[in-house]
Write a protein that binds this ligand. Structure first.
Ligand SMILES: Cc1cc2nc3c(=O)[nH]c(=O)nc-3n(C[C@H](O)[C@H](O)[C@H](O)COP(=O)(O)OP(=O)(O)OC[C@H]3O[C@@H](n4cnc5c(N)ncnc54)[C@H](O)[C@@H]3O)c2cc1C
Length: 467
């Protein structure tokens, strides 16, 4: 089919204003937040408003075998929305209605394009919390965060997106619309289809609606920072906090390289001479919060914190967490290229992983800033690269390989929350081996036999059995 005919058919479904085919419009959809991933110009971008429109678009794509690339806000960090090889980008941004906050069932039902923070703010009006809060909470969408199984700062106590998704409406590769799960707390009917779509990165179906769990807003919270003069002690303090059976809502780490970059960009007053800071928040009932905060301060001191600082006012608290959210943008500003990794280890191995990353940085002479969700074992070693230097590409590639190998050898995984996309696709075999990949490929083939849904992502799919 010619592009003109495709445009005509899409416009018949969506109206001309919701179909983009001009180069200057398309170019914005050729990349996402991931650095060092090739960009591809799509054939067209569509902006549907209803599930029925998406089903019609998918039917055309299935008939003509045109690849489809669902896209939320494009903030993913694994090249997940890049339209590899061209095709149609389905932007979910107009499907942004919060359909219902159900206080009787403690659920929310939303269209996939709802911005996470909009749901959090709406839930708050009802005294409720939608807990997953990735760093991009102010712009990332519910659909994108479900398709990535996003985590966030509250993961250590409240879990990740997977723990909140109770039901989904999806358009499958043949254009059929199905609903799985719903508002019931219990549901064991059939396969766990709802969960199959979580973290599927748009490769199994297009999520158009979701029902998610809400929880009561915690009554009280305290934030604090613990300052360490060596990374090792910070790592040990993290394990000690977890071992003490206190589950903080948030337990984050920033190393010296990250602290310096953040301070340079934000002037938040971070201790630039510290080797590491832990940023911690506890929440719950007031008495419990006071007790847990005191205990955590004691543990940090016991494990070598030079000092601890409490954020007493809302302004101090906001500034602390704004500094943490500025970690990646600040590191990005510092280098001509940054490669952010997401390797995740069991929580008891955080110290060892921090040590391994330092050793890798030294081995290849490449600066690596590390920050992340330490309480989840989910670190973000960020390589600050300068590809104009001789041999830099080879060194960076070797360093990435070593980071993944270190995480896997500690019983970890390639990605805790950023997904695989195109960026980590070649490492999947290291984690799953041939048999694991074969099984996943069978699922992909069963649901998307012509490989039109976000091809080139997550699982290498070449029509054959072997990568
Ligand atoms: C500065 C920064 C900080 C970040 N911090 C965090 C963090 O703390 N925790 C974390 O987990 N992530 C984080 N991220 C990554 C990212 O923001 C999250 O994964 C986010 O949830 C992605 O949402 P999105 O709407 O941008 O999705 P997109 O990037 O648009 O899409 C992500 C994937 O989902 C697919 N997709 C999108 N919508 C749908 C749909 N409706 N149906 C099916 N598939 C779909 C896409 O094809 C793609 O594969 C961060 C990113 C940046 C740039």
């Amino acid at each position: 089919m010619t592009v003109e005919l495709l445009k005509e058919r899409l416009e018949a479904i969506l109206g001309a204003e919701n179909v983009l085919t001009e180069y200057e419009d398309l170019v914005c959809y050729s990349f996402d937040a991931t650095m060092n991933v090739d960009a591809y110009i799509p054939l067209a971008v569509v902006l549907p408003e209803t599930t029925e429109q998406i089903a019609e678009i998918v039917k055309i794509a299935a008939e003509e075998k045109i690849p489809l690339f669902p896209r939320g806000a494009g903030t993913n960090l694994s090249g997940g929305t890049v339209p590899v090889g061209g095709g149609i980008v389905i932007s979910m941004c107009r499907m942004n209605k919060i359909i219902e906050i159900d206080e009787d069932n403690l659920t929310a039902t939303v269209q996939a394009g709802v911005v996470i923070e909009d749901l959090i703010n709406e839930a708050k009006k009802h005294g409720l919390l939608y807990a997953p809060d990735p760093g991009t909470v102010h712009c990332a969408t519910m659909g994108g965060s479900i398709a990535e199984c996003a985590g966030g700062l509250r993961g250590v106590k409240y879990g990740v997106t997977r723990d909140y998704v109770m039901g989904v409406e999806v358009v499958s590769a043949d254009g059929d619309v199905s609903r799985f799960g719903g508002k019931t707390v219990k549901n064991v009917t059939g396969y766990s289809m709802t969960q199959l779509f979580v973290a599927s990165e748009g490769t199994l179906g297009i999520i158009t609606e979701a029902t998610v769990r809400l929880i009561p807003l915690p009554e009280s919270r305290r934030s604090m920072m613990a300052v360490f003069m060596d990374l090792e002690s910070a790592g040990k303090a993290i394990s000690a906090i977890i071992r003490s059976h206190i589950i903080p809502a948030t337990l984050e780490i920033m190393d010296n390289a990250t602290i310096r970059c953040v301070e340079e960009t934000t002037g938040a007053g971070l201790p630039v001479d510290a080797e590491a800071v832990l940023l911690i928040e506890v929440d719950g009932f007031e008495g419990e919060v006071v007790r847990d905060a005191e205990r955590i301060v004691d543990i940090c001191k016991e494990f070598g914190a030079e000092r601890t600082e409490r954020a007493d006012t809302d302004t101090e608290r906001d500034s602390l967490w704004a500094a943490r959210r500025a970690a990646l943008p600040s590191l990005i500003k510092r280098a001509s290229s940054t490669i952010l990794e997401d390797a995740t280890v069991p929580r008891s191995a955080v110290s060892e992983m921090l040590r391994a990353v330092s050793a890798i940085s030294e081995k290849y002479g490449i600066p690596i800033g590390t920050f992340g969700h330490a309480g989840d074992g989910n670190l973000h070693p960020t390589i600050l690269a300068d590809f104009s230097r001789d041999g830099e590409s080879e060194k960076v590639e070797a360093a990435i390989k070593d980071i993944f190998a270190a995480a896997l050898s500690l019983g970890g995984t390639l990605s805790g929350e950023h997904g695989i996309g195109v960026a980590k696709i070649n490492y999947m075999k290291d984690e799953f081996g041939d048999s694991g990949l074969r099984l996943m490929r069978k699922i992909k083939k069963a649901l998307d036999p012509d490989n039109i849904l976000n091809p080139g992502k997550l699982i290498p799919f070449d029509g054959g059995d072997v990568i």
